[in-house]
Design a protein around this ligand. Structure first.
Ligand code: ADP
Ligand code: MG
Length: 322
């Protein structure tokens, strides 16, 4: 087994007016070369902060990695020099975000944005970069790429813009692609196309992918393994098939029963998890799902052990929740 990425006890937080808040509170996982790991959880569970910690893009100075280790291609990235991180982001990791419009420069033609990225990361002449940019647009399924290359971002649909973002992320031939809610802003049909494209690119290039989503349907389609985050922690981690076949943590069960299914009996209602994720400054030190469920139990004070339970599975073993 060769791990591309090893996260150990990662802690990331923000200095706020009310003191330090920990958005990611001691999480560990690994990602092997060429595989896809999903991170799933409701909004506010710390998924984006996890991704931003890896590539050192937390909003500074308030946001910082406070503890643990991030090993990527056998290098420690925590507290790495800015030049090292610049190199990692330029040559080894591609990042795609939910809203391509926010990441693209609105006053620059898309072709120029791709070409600049290519010139920055690869040893190409301008003519070669132009040819490569057209090739990339073609590879990500943009029709008439030699014409589209002169478009401004606003002239493209949301799906096409996300394809451009993928093309830019692929410029450096990354070993790792981090995709944070890449299809959340898109229509369902376009969503499926973009996910297909990502799988295809991944297979072709042997990239590993860290796919962040709140949508378990996307996880089922795309991932080998899944990490379920709740309130800054991992409550469960498992190979995808096993997680769907036999969820162990109450939070995972809740997420699964909130997916609409055609096969549901006519009268059965969609069950949703009551309440909401606590505000970050109100997190208890113990089991945060017990906190959500309004339980008054000992496990609220002491953090449940997070243990390997066999079959490549890990579980936060709160007695109330498992
Ligand atoms: N710049 C910030 N300052 C303070 N808190 C933040 C900041 N960014 C995110 N957070 C908090 O960190 C928590 C996790 O956020 P995030 O990782 O974006 O969640 P997710 O991506 O799972 O929806 C949230 O409670 C959010 O309010
Ligand atoms: Mg997010």
């Amino acid at each position: 087994m060769s791990n591309l990425l090893e996260i150990e006890n990662l802690e990331s937080g923000f200095d706020t007016e009310r003191g330090l808040v920990m958005a990611v509170d001691g999480i560990s996982f690994e990602l092997e070369k060429g595989r896809t790991l999903g991170i799933v959880g409701e909004s506010g569970c710390g998924k984006t902060v996890t991704a931003m910690s890896i590539v050192d893009l937390l909003p500074k100075p308030a946001g910082r990695v406070r503890g643990g280790s991030i090993r990527f291609m056998d290098r420690e990235l925590r507290d790495a020099e800015p030049e090292v991180m610049y190199d990692v982001r330029g040559n080894d990791v591609g990042v795609i975000f939910q809203e391509p419009m926010a990441a693209l420069n609105p006053v620059q033609r898309v072709g120029r944005q791709i070409i600049e990225s290519l010139l920055l990361h690869r040893d190409l002449t301008k003519t070669e970069a132009l040819r490569k940019a057209v090739e990339l647009l073609d590879a990500v399924g943009i029709p008439s790429p030699d014409m589209r290359i002169s478009d401004y971002p606003h002239q493209l649909s949301g799906g096409m813009r996300q394809r451009v973002m993928i093309a830019i992320a692929l410029c450096c031939n990354p070993d790792l692609l981090i995709a944070d809610e890449p299809t959340t802003a898109l229509d369902v049909t376009v969503q499926a196309q973009i996910l297909d494209l990502m799988s295809e690119m991944q297979k072709e290039r042997g990239m590993a992918t860290l796919l962040i989503t709140h949508d378990l349907g996307v996880i089922a389609e795309q991932c080998d393994e899944v990490v379920v985050m709740y309130a800054g922690r991992i409550v469960e981690r498992a190979p995808v098939k096993e997680l769907f076949a036999e969820p162990r943590h109450a939070y995972t069960k809740g997420l699964l029963s909130s997916i609409p299914r055609l096969s549901n009996e006519r009268k059965s209602e969609l069950r949703t998890i009551p309440g909401q994720v606590a505000s970050i400054q109100d997190f208890v030190s113990g089991c945060r799902f017990c906190q959500r469920m309004g339980r008054d139990v000992d496990s609220l004070t002491e953090r449940p052990a997070y243990e390997e339970i066999g079959g490549g599975r890990f579980l936060e073993t709160c007695p109330e929740c498992t």
